[in-house]
Design a protein around this ligand. Structure first.
Ligand code: CUA
Length: 182
């Protein structure tokens, strides 16, 4: 849904930009005094700058609040389940593929060869969280799985022929009553 909105906005802005270019192309033949024109352009630029600041600040704040990463912070007292994830051309190895709903999980993500992208998607293929898998580095990704189900880890960075085959499954299950954890 957000992707579609972003796409529509991109198309609209591109159209506006196209109109601006067409306008400039049409007017480019006319000669006029430079100084007053420059002054007007600077005023316009300043106005546009502040309009953008006013428009983008609320969008930024709103989109930050939609990020999943703060969820793990709310569970600070809970010791996270650690899962080691290593990317290779073209597969993932996960030290565990089952997580508990509501309990924080900390992925330690690295790569055995070249750069990969580690992205976790829910059953509707909506991105839940992501980080990079880089050789020689371990990136930590904290997540809380809020819904039971089968999640997918996909490679998010083109890494060669079978990039699209780099998938792994992660199952999120409700905690068992005997497990003593809720
Ligand atoms: Cu690994 Cu794309």
């Amino acid at each position: 849904m957000y992707q579609q909105l972003a796409w529509q906005i991109t198309v609209a802005l591109t159209a506006v930009l196209g109109l601006v270019f067409a306008y400039i192309a049409l007017k480019s033949g006319r000669r006029t005094e430079y100084a007053p024109l420059q002054k007007r352009a600077y005023r316009l630029r300043r106005g546009l700058f502040w309009a953008l600041v006013l428009l983008l600040t609320p969008i930024l704040v709103y989109s930050m609040s939609e990020l999943p990463y703060d969820a793990a912070q709310r569970h600070k007292g809970d010791k996270p389940q650690v899962i080691d994830a290593v990317g290779y051309q073209w597969y993932w190895t996960l030290s565990a593929s089952e997580v508990t709903v509501g309990r924080p999980v900390e992925f330690h993500v690295t790569s055995g060869d070249i750069n990969h992208g580690f992205g976790i998607y829910d059953e509707n293929m909506r991105l839940v969280g992501q980080t990079q898998a880089m050789p020689g580095y371990v990136n930590k990704l904290q997540l809380v799985f809020h819904k039971a189900g089968t999640y997918k880890a996909l490679c998010m960075e083109y890494c060669g022929l079978a990039h699209h085959n780099m998938t792994a499954e992660i199952r999120a299950v409700e905690s068992t009553p005997t497990g003593g954890r809720k």
